[in-house]
Design a protein around this ligand. Structure first.
Ligand code: XIL
Length: 373
């Protein structure tokens, strides 16, 4: 990683005043200092939270003040069988955040994807009755949240339950419990840790249908006295989406419904778009023309990509008063899930640090504007 070296004023004074000058204190600029209004987060894979990826860890410690686990708290990882919880990776993730004085976010409690298969069926493989699923949801939410009570600042309680047209996703949760599964999840979460923030999180939030569905959900929860603190706009973006007008309209609509917003899984594909959403199950076949930059991103594409990221941040900043957090979905381009989704084996460039660990130009520009570089 390129190092940006600065001499702090105190170090300069010290060096100037001391009769025996010592090596000056080196203060490296922190990305999160360029964003004083909200936290700047990053999703950690287990190699990072287990401190095996030394380069990735160095970037995280230097630049971010919030972390979220990319996978290790998802149901299939943390609760693979009804009576088996696997805590090792999640425990280390939380400890990493505490050791480094970071805001720690939990992702995610109720999601149809990466949910352990046992969740919806009985011992004979038959779909469980509504009351059984409700109890399982409560047990899962309560057990996981209680373990990290007081240590995790906020949870994605329900992830991706609403489709682009605003209707409910026909997931097993919905098929068994109907739309009531969402208020139930928030109710359980609210009781499990009354001090943790609670979020609804989804992709393609610029879609007018999804926007309306999420606004209706927020209102319904609030009317019933069930707490929801913020809506998470995942923000998996591309060179041709989202429409900034629609994106901004959604931010306004969510704030108007009485919640804060956060940008929870930020990445921007630089490759041809084959999927406008982020539904993990929607994949496409590999072809060379859909992987046009296997060696390096051309300067012209990189310039456009950086410009789009600046536009994104400018919009976020307009609503800073109601923005809690902006989180990148991975540390460097090499870590991104987008290298394998929606097409396996492409070379992607969607994150904030490149494969060499260098900060991308749109952030360098911001740091300079803030006098940090
Ligand atoms: C992705 C992870 O990045 C991948 O490693 C995993 O294989 C699939 O899930 N929406 C979400 C995230 O809420 O949890 C997903 O993360 C990306 C889409």
């Amino acid at each position: 990683m390129k190092k940006f070296l600065f001499l702090s004023v105190s170090a300069l004074l010290l060096a100037a005043c001391s009769s025996k000058p010592k090596t000056a204190e080196v203060v490296e600029p922190k990305l999160c200092d360029a964003f004083p209004d909200y936290t700047i987060g990053v999703a950690l894979n287990v190699n990072q939270s287990n401190e095996k990826d030394a380069e990735g860890v160095a970037i995280v410690k230097q630049h971010f003040n919030s972390i979220v686990p990319e996978n290790c708290m998802k149901c299939e990882e943390i609760h693979p069988e009804e009576n088996t919880y696997f805590w090792d990776d999640a425990d280390r993730f939380v400890k990493f955040g505490e050791d480094n004085n970071m805001q720690i976010i939990g992702h995610c409690l109720i999601w149809h994807s990466q949910c352990a298969p046992w969740f919806f069926v009985d011992a004979k493989g038959k779909q469980v009755k509504p009351e059984v699923l409700k109890q399982r949801m409560k047990d899962h939410i309560t057990t996981v949240m209680t373990r990290y009570k007081g240590r995790i600042a906020g949870w994605d309680v329900v992830n991706e339950a609403i489709l682009d047209d605003g209707s409910y996703r026909p997931s097993p949760f919905y098929q068994i419990l109907g739309e009531e599964f969402i208020p139930w999840a928030f109710q359980c979460a609210m009781e499990a840790d009354p001090d943790a923030e609670l979020y609804y999180n989804d992709y393609s939030m610029a879609q007018p249908g999804k926007r309306a569905g999420v606004v209706a959900l927020v209102k319904k929860l609030k009317e019933r006295g069930i707490r929801i603190d913020a809506v998470g706009m995942q923000s998996h973006m591309g060179m041709d989406h989202p429409s900034w007008e629609e994106f901004e309209a959604s931010i306004q609509a969510f704030i108007g419904a009485g919640v804060d917003v956060q940008f929870t899984e930020v990445d921007m594909s630089a490759l041809p778009t084959v999927n406008f959403g982020a539904n993990v199950a929607d994949t496409e076949e590999y072809s060379a023309e859909l992987n046009p930059y296997p060696d390096a991103l051309p300067d012209s594409v990189s310039a456009e990509w950086n410009e789009r990221m600046t536009t994104f941040l400018n919009i976020v900043d307009k609503y800073a008063k109601n923005v809690r957090r902006v989180t990148a979905w991975g540390v460097t381009d090499a870590d991104s899930w987008k290298n394998d989704w929606p097409i396996k084996g492409r070379t992607e460039y969607p994150l904030w640090f490149d494969r060499k660990g260098q900060m991308k130009p749109f952030l360098v520009e911001r740091m300079k504007k803030k006098g940090l570089m």
